[in-house]
Design a protein around this ligand. Structure first.
Ligand SMILES: C[S@@+](CC[C@H](N)C(=O)[O-])C[C@H]1O[C@@H](n2cnc3c(N)ncnc32)[C@H](O)[C@@H]1O
Length: 129
């Protein structure tokens, strides 16, 4: 099995499993809110990304390896930009879509189906493509 197939299988299982209440409580205690985080990017990190990217409302952001929409959904909420969230497991993307109005794309970071000038900014947090 290739590295990518291993990776996909691991995350599909992870996102299919019901999130334990304890995990949500830990997330809330650590981050101050439940945002569907699956990595080490904190709310403070996401705020720094907002400041760094300085996106205008209506700009378009791509979050690659978004999982359940983190941190793209936070940045979109804070700046008013439009979010396109890309990842491989559908289960995670559907969660991201439920969280807010988000375009979701099931795609591997190695072969994204976009032209190079499609986005004003691209983020990826805790993703090894
Ligand atoms: C540790 S999680 C981080 C998820 C989210 N960015 C976060 O911080 O909560 C890594 C994510 O990267 C995705 N991923 C890994 N390799 C990828 C690839 N080649 N293309 C797209 N997504 C990938 C996984 O499916 C998983 O959702």
């Amino acid at each position: 099995m290739s590295h990518m197939e291993n990776n996909r299988e691991f995350f599909e299982l992870k996102y299919t499993a019901a999130r334990a209440r304890a995990a949500r409580r830990i997330e809330e205690a650590a981050l101050g809110q439940v945002v569907g985080v699956n990595g080490y990017t904190t709310v403070v990190d996401a705020q720094r990304l907002c400041e760094h990217l300085d996106l205008e409302a209506g700009a378009t952001l791509l979050d690659v390896g978004t999982g359940q929409g983190w941190p793209g959904s936070y940045i979109a909420e804070a700046t008013g930009c439009r979010l396109v969230a890309a990842d491989v497991p559908w289960e995670a993307l559907l969660e991201a879509k439920l969280r807010r109005e988000t375009g979701v794309v099931k795609a591997c970071g190695e072969s994204l189906p976009f032209r190079g000038d499609s986005f004003d900014a691209i983020v990826h947090a805790d993703v090894l493509c």
